[in-house]
Design a protein around this ligand. Structure first.
Ligand SMILES: Cc1ncc(C[n+]2csc(CCOP(=O)(O)OP(=O)(O)O)c2C)c(N)n1
Ligand SMILES: CC(=O)[C@@H](O)[C@H](O)COP(=O)(O)O
Ligand SMILES: [Mg+2]
Length: 634
């Protein structure tokens, strides 16, 4: 079938099992081909082809609300809702988003990207439905990994209490990005092996109803028998205790099983949970057989061999530099414990885990727990290093404020994916961490200019014992610089002059150093000497340098790949105001809006965070400054 002709999912209602199976095969083939060029979350999507088809056949989207948790597995949903022909632009600039996006389709009723929000959103939609006395279905689809997120458990608790009609589809593939972890994961494992329960319960109820209620004794005893059997037989007892009717485990690749159980669930009053067992990567051997992550998220690859097409850059990944440094230090510092909230592979910590299995803690998708656990570790004299993406650290704001910084605990944060991340887009850009960390008392924030300075900053963070400290670093690979053999500790708050100059100064750090140096070189050719300083400590500031430059009234340009509001540039403005200086200051960075997906270069150009714009801003600064000087001299 020509998949690009699918405009909406209603046609599915006419298809029988064989036709659905045929369609599933075509969709799988389409995804394998398209993503071999664009990359994307192949493994997760290959696992939900049948499930998504069955859901769109059984429910009437968008009246019925299909809510995809994390949303990385919504490609089939997008294909069924008229977006197949956009897949050549998947996760590209101005192209198809890799997560649900309301502006793309009315069928995308909730936007995700961060995990574990679907049940709470579903509860909100169910309450609204009931207040409006409507009767649509609300159907969150949540993975076994996302279910380990605290929000999901908060929502289960509330939904079960309110007994709202919500049909939760648990997509259980035993995987998070890597293998799933946690007691809940183990409980799901028991449920997977427990076999069918629902029909047994129904048959039992039919049998019990046939027993003549002699004086009620038999019926009461029979009821007790049923309930006690329930404890032994209900694989989903955990969910039944939460007030849900549990259906499953259901074969997530068998249309008959899927449709039968979804139909059952639709007829059931109150909260329902359908436990669907799927296989991540299904239908593509290189993904299915992958031991690490079942091709959760991949770049381009060769279809026949499954060989991944590596990008040219041979420099080590920033995450690898951090992980290797942790490994180096772990051998010398018994206090070190490394914590990751379900990102062991993204943070390149698998090798560390092999070498130090007792000092690496994967807590699941639980950033709040990870942060306060780290704080608890620090109270006992240990040195926790929390490896966490900038965007996911947002989940733990109060733990930062209330547990870590207020108690001034020695927690080190390795803030990965700091800055624009590119293809994952607005839900994942790591651009807010400076703004939400800088105003926290006691917090130290630094960012390295290259991998060599990165290893020294990791070492500095671990040897620092005066409170919380964060080293932030970007997604991707480093610059390929020479690495020192000996680790150093950097003096806290000390900046580094990279290029001398007296006419203006650029204060910058991390990924915007290169464009700043290039702009300064360009200005030098025009006879203007622009100093470039590596402001590698975002907090505390290098006050000695600032007093010196501001006293001389040198125009200052700050450049950062982070939000302007509350960012590093704001700190410079605050310093001038607090010390009664009045230099010309201009800030460059991320504007006050969300930055969508695309490659980082395109995104930087979109927001004018470029060498060319730095030159423009420098010229404007100098013009104003010269004018001021002229008026002053007259
Ligand atoms: C708050 C948050 N933390 C971490 C992630 C990174 N992440 C994306 S998908 C994923 C695993 C999700 O597992 P599951 O829900 O089982 O979905 P599957 O990929 O197995 O289909 C993780 C940890 C995220 N998106 N959001
Ligand atoms: C969907 C999700 O949140 C993760 O899969 C994320 O996309 C990983 O990002 P990296 O590719 O930067 O590790
Ligand atoms: Mg999973």
């Amino acid at each position: 079938m020509d998949l690009t002709r699918i405009k909406n999912p209603t046609f599915l209602k006419q298809l029988n099992t064989e036709e659905l199976e045929l369609l599933a095969g075509e969709i799988r083939q389409f995804l394998i081909e398209k993503l071999s060029v664009t990359g994307g979350h192949l493994g997760a999507n290959l696992g939900v082809v049948e499930l998504t088809l069955a859901l769109h056949k059984q429910f009437n989207s968008p009246e019925d609300k299909l809510i995809f948790d994390v949303g990385h597995q919504s490609y089939i949903h997008k294909m069924l809702t008229g977006r197949t022909e956009q897949f050549d632009t998947l996760r590209q600039y101005k192209g198809l988003c890799g997560f649900p996006k309301m502006t793309e389709s009315e069928h995308d009723v909730w936007e995700t990207g961060h995990s574990s929000t679907s049940l709470s959103a579903a509860m909100g939609m169910a309450i609204a439905r009931d207040m409006k006395q409507a009767n649509n279905y609300v159907v969150p689809i949540i993975g076994d990994g996302a279910l380990t997120g605290g929000m999901a458990l908060e929502a289960l608790n509330h939904i079960g209490h309110e007994k709202k009609n919500i049909t939760v589809i648990l997509n259980d593939n035993e995987m998070s990005i890597a293998g799933n972890v946690g007691a809940l994961h183990n409980a799901l494992g028991r449920m997977r092996s427990a076999g069918k329960y629902n029909r047994v319960k129904d048959e039992l109820e039919i049998l019990l109803k046939r027993i003549p209620a002699v004086g009620g004794m038999i019926a009461q005893t029979a009821e007790r028998v049923k309930d006690s059997m329930k404890y032994f037989m209900v694989p989903g007892m955990l969910f039944e205790e939460f007030g849900f009717t549990y259906f499953g485990p259901v074969d997530g690749h068998d249309f008959k099983d899927l449709e039968e159980n979804i139909a059952y669930a639709k007829k059931t009053q109150g909260p329902v949970l359908v436990h669907v067992i799927t296989q991540k990567g299904k239908g593509y051997y290189p993904a299915e057989s992958d031991k690490k992550d079942k091709w959760h998220g991949v770049g381009p690859y060769k279809i026949d061999s499954g060989e991944k097409i590596k990008p040219a850059n041979s420099a080590p990944a920033w995450s690898q530099v951090v992980s290797d440094t942790l490994e180096n230090i772990a051998g010398k510092d018994e206090r070190l414990a490394v914590i990751t909230p379900a990102m062991i592979l993204g943070s390149k910590l698998d090798k560390f885990q092999e070498k130090y299995p007792d000092r690496l803690f994967d807590v699941g998708i639980a950033e709040q727990h990870a942060t306060t656990l780290s704080a608890g570790l620090a109270t006992q004299g240990m040195k926790p290093f929390l490896a966490i993406y900038s965007t996911f650290l947002q989940r733990a704001y109060d733990q930062l404020v209330h547990d870590v910084c207020r108690q001034n605990l020695n927690v080190a944060f390795g803030i990965d994916r700091a800055g624009l991340v590119g293809a994952d887009g607005e839900t994942h850009q790591g651009v807010f961490d400076i703004a939400f960390l800088r105003h926290l008392p006691n917090m130290v924030i630094m960012m390295p200019k290259d991998e060599n300075e990165c290893q020294h900053m990791v070492n500095t963070a671990i040897s620092y014992n005066e409170g919380p400290i964060a080293v932030r670093f970007p997604r991707g690979n480093g610059l390929g610089v020479e690495m020192d053999q000996e680790l150093k500790t950097l003096p806290i708050g000390q900046w580094e002059v990279l290029k001398q100059g007296t006419d203006a100064v650029i204060l910058t750090f991390g990924t915007t150093i290169a464009m700043s140096l290039a702009a300064s070189e360009f200005m030098q050719k025009q006879g203007v000497q622009v100093e470039v300083i590596n402001a590698r400590f975002i907090k505390p500031l290098d006050e000695q340098i600032l007093h010196d430059r501001m006293r001389k009234n040198i125009p200052i340009l700050t450049v950062e790949e982070a939000v302007l509001k509350g960012g590093f540039g704001s700190a410079i403005l605050e310093f001038a105001e607090e010390n009664n200086y009045h230099p010309q200051i201009k800030r460059m960075g991320i504007p006050d809006r969300y930055i969508e997906h695309g490659n980082v270069k395109e995104l930087l150009e979109e927001i004018d965070l470029t060498k060319e714009q730095i030159v423009v801003e420098l010229k404007k600064l100098l013009a104003v400054s010269n004018d001021k000087q002229k008026r002053h001299d007259e």
